[in-house]
Ligand binder design. Structure first.
Ligand SMILES: *[C@@H]1O[C@H](CO)[C@@H](O)[C@H](O)[C@H]1NC(C)=O
Ligand SMILES: *[C@@H]1O[C@H](CO)[C@@H](O)[C@H](O)[C@H]1NC(C)=O
Ligand SMILES: *[C@@H]1O[C@H](CO)[C@@H](O)[C@H](O)[C@H]1NC(C)=O
Ligand SMILES: *[C@@H]1O[C@H](CO)[C@@H](O)[C@H](O)[C@H]1NC(C)=O
Ligand SMILES: *[C@@H]1O[C@H](CO)[C@@H](O)[C@H](O)[C@H]1NC(C)=O
Ligand SMILES: *[C@@H]1O[C@H](CO)[C@@H](O)[C@H](O)[C@H]1NC(C)=O
Length: 406
């Protein structure tokens, strides 16, 4: 009996998890309040060494790098009007969410356009802001460079977290399993139109990330394939993940990686940088870009900005959800105002930090649908890059490893 009840205790949460896949809305980043819920970086790119300065909120707004367009969507752009002849880096934006998200969270981003083109390196990702990187992990939800045509998902962690692949658990292709190596544990998207002109021409699409004690799971749907449970949702309705099918990337928690231990609450980051330690490395740049001198900076950043006509995010919304039974982790957002107030980038300093409550959710849902991997495009690139890692890599001299690796 002892053995039996022990088994029952282990099995029960899994069964319950598969039944309960309802996520309740926690926060929406959209429309006029979109930018109020982020802090602007306001500094040169000192994490991935791209040739950009990330503007503060006032500059970004006055230079029209962040605004709400006529369709009500949030635009986050790279400066495409200043002519650069030398020296000064381009102007871009890096946003960091004022809230963070723990176990039992679901994050959905609906975009109609993601930056692309030579030298362009956009990313929507998360990291544990409370600790020195990579102690609290990093999850790259959307990240690709230059003229790549597919997205890559990656986790970054301390040593001791390795991705375990099992049959029919994900549709993407695993390029690296060890999450502690410099490039992280990478899964390449194999569905078409996940990045680049194809993403935009299809009307964009939706990316979703589930952070759960049972694992980390990531989905992508091009616009025509967005499931009804998402397409018909409003900012105040729950979503049900049970019809979502097999995720693109599955990082199940287990003996090879205790997800709860490696991924404490995560803060969202949305940015675009130019060149830098992934997109700008000559051997990598030349994989998908062939420009007059094959120099990322000279051939793109310099000039009249016309290269950056497509270097913008256009986002319908980012919505975050909590599994039933899970508790919100932390909020640094004060009462969101109903107008897009343009003040300064010091929003974070005037906010209230609530008690941090780390939670374990039992409401797991792990892609139990019946999709199958019919898109067998070989992954086009084995590269990925940690958005936070580069400083450490440079300091430790590991950049030579990078050059060798690629
Ligand atoms: C980047 O620069 C800012 C401002 O100097 C600094 O606060 C921050 O710690 C730097 N980040 C890194 C990763 O060096
Ligand atoms: C562009 O970025 C690279 C990598 O950080 C740096 O070596 C180079 O000096 C930058 N170029 C300019 C003109 O700032
Ligand atoms: C919330 O604000 C506190 C105090 O400024 C800061 O330490 C913490 O990192 C912030 N959390 C997030 C998720 O931004
Ligand atoms: C995983 O890590 C969490 C947090 O450190 C811990 O509470 C839990 O017991 C661990 N699970 C296993 C199966 O070791
Ligand atoms: C900007 O520069 C590009 C490349 O040099 C050129 O083709 C284009 O005509 C220029 N556009 C304007 C408005 O000057
Ligand atoms: C410049 O970027 C904006 C987005 O900020 C875009 O609406 C516009 O079409 C771009 N202009 C050119 C000439 O590329």
């Amino acid at each position: 009996m002892r053995g039996l009840s022990a088994t029952a205790l282990v099995v029960l949460p899994c069964l319950l998890g598969r039944v309960s896949a309802i996520y309740n809305p926690q926060r929406e980043y959209a429309g006029d309040t979109f930018f109020n819920q982020f802090a602007y970086y306001g500094n040169v790119d000192n994490t991935t060494w791209g040739n950009v300065t990330y503007l503060d909120q006032a500059d970004a707004a006055s230079k029209q790098l962040t605004f709400i367009n006529g369709a009500g969507n949030a635009v986050v752009a790279v400066d495409n009007t200043t002519t650069l002849v030398a020296g000064p880096p381009g102007q871009a934006v890096r946003l960091t969410s004022l809230d963070s998200y723990g176990m039992g969270s679901l994050i959905i981003i609906d975009a109609v356009h993601i930056p692309f083109g030579c030298s362009v390196w956009p990313a929507f990702w998360t990291y544990g802001i409370e600790e020195m990187w990579p102690n609290a992990g990093e999850i790259d939800i959307i990240e690709a460079i230059n003229n790549m045509d597919n997205n890559q998902i990656a986790l970054h962690s301390l040593q001791g977290c390795t991705k375990q692949d099992a049959p029919n658990e994900q549709t993407g292709s695993t390029l690296e399993a060890d999450c502690s190596v410099a490039q992280g544990c990478i899964v390449a998207e194999t569905k078409p139109n996940s990045f680049g002109p194809g993403f935009a021409q299809a009307g964009g699409g939706v990316y979703a990330l589930q952070i759960d004690v049972s694992g980390i799971f990531s989905w992508f749907w091009s616009r025509p394939d967005v499931p009804a449970s998402i397409a018909s949702a409003t900012s105040s309705t729950p979503v049900d993940t049970t019809t979502w099918g097999i995720p693109t990337a599955a990082y199940p928690s287990g003996a090879s990686c205790n997800i709860t231990a490696f991924f404490p609450p995560q803060t969202l980051v949305l940015l675009t940088t130019l060149c830098g330690v992934w997109a700008g490395v000559p051997s990598i740049y030349q994989n998908t870009c062939h420009t007059p001198t094959n120099d990322c900076f000279a051939d793109n950043v310099l000039g009249n900005g016309s290269n950056y006509a497509d270097a913008y995010w256009e986002i319908r919304y980012i919505r975050t959800y909590l599994a039933e039974g899970a508790t919100a982790v932390q909020s640094n957002v004060t009462t969101p105002s109903t107008t897009a107030a343009v003040t300064s980038d010091s929003a974070a300093s005037s906010t209230v930090t609530q008690t941090v409550t780390t939670t374990s959710s039992t409401a797991a849902s792990t892609g139990t649908g019946s999709g199958s991997n019919t898109n067998a495009n070989p992954a086009s690139s084995g590269a990925s890059f940690s958005i936070q890692a580069s400083l450490l890599l440079l300091l430790t001299g590991a950049s030579t490893f990078w050059l060798a690796f690629f």
